[in-house]
Write a protein that binds this ligand. Structure first.
Ligand code: 3PY
Ligand code: MG
Length: 251
């Protein structure tokens, strides 16, 4: 079983890292930290499928579960990163049942879905039984991050083969007319986030949430989320740099 699914099977919360920057060396350094899973972001970064492959290779030296957030609900990109060895897909902007079915179907081999055969790296990292285990091992996360997605949460969450909902708090806030900020400890966006957590669990699936602060991620973990993303490679660099300059008398 993947580390991510092991953590879930034990009833615990997955600590997911986020890779916004390209490069196999960076992915290797991140993979050697204590993350349960690491997500390569192809939506809001300069990383494309070709750049993601050496990152997946670097991560394969550890037991971290490799996830990819794809740029959009586009089956060909999902199939390419799965073939390259991703064990989870986060799909942005899933707004209704049709979106959810299109997404999940791209990630599942027949008869459950329409994924095409050709896992050139999946077969290497997954081993001889990859084709038999892929459908149950690969985790599918539908992002709920719009007013429409929240309105259709029940139909989305009950989509067969969907493992989890993943919250994009800034787009969710945007689409409800609020400032697009992360780490909503309280206020109207916090209430929307609580509704999504409840909607996932009511359907018997997992819930994950994006954050940029450890204290907020810890609060979400305590509130019952099954996966939290507390920070990213980019934000860790940005967060650490000011102390360096302050220590040298600047700022
Ligand atoms: C959002 O906040 O909308 C996200 O997609 C987080 O990456
Ligand atoms: Mg988003």
């Amino acid at each position: 079983m993947s580390k991510l699914k092991d953590v879930w099977a034990a009833g615990n919360c997955v600590i997911n890292g986020w890779l916004s920057l390209p490069g196999s060396h960076l992915a290797e350094v991140m993979a050697h930290q204590d993350w349960d899973s690491l997500t390569i972001d192809l939506q809001h970064s300069s990383i494309d499928v070709a750049a993601a492959v050496p990152m997946l290779q670097a991560m394969a030296a550890t037991d971290v579960t490799p996830i990819v957030r794809v740029p959009w609900n586009e089956p060909s990109v999902m199939m390419r990163v799965l073939d390259a060895g991703a064990y989870g897909i986060i799909c942005p902007m899933v707004n209704n049942r049709e979106d959810a079915e299109r997404f999940v179907s791209a990630c599942r081999y027949p008869p459950e879905g329409i994924r095409s055969n050709g896992a050139y790296r999946g077969m290497i990292v997954g081993g001889a039984d990859y084709l038999k285990t892929a459908n149950s091992e690969i985790a599918t996360f539908a992002m709920i991050e719009t007013r429409e997605g929240l309105a259709n949460i029940k139909e989305i969450a009950e989509t067969p083969g969907l493992d989890a909902l993943y919250i994009g708090p800034t787009d969710l806030a945007f689409s409800h007319g609020h400032p697009p900020v992360h780490n909503n400890f309280d206020g109207p966006v916090a209430e929307l986030i609580a509704q999504i957590l409840e909607g996932a669990h009511a359907a018997g699936i997992k819930a994950g949430v994006h954050a940029t602060r450890t204290d907020y991620a810890a609060q979400m973990k305590a509130d019952g989320f099954d996966l939290v993303t507390p920070t990213s490679d980019l934000r860790m660099i940005q967060a650490a740099a000011p102390d360096v300059f302050a220590g040298l008398g600047r700022g």
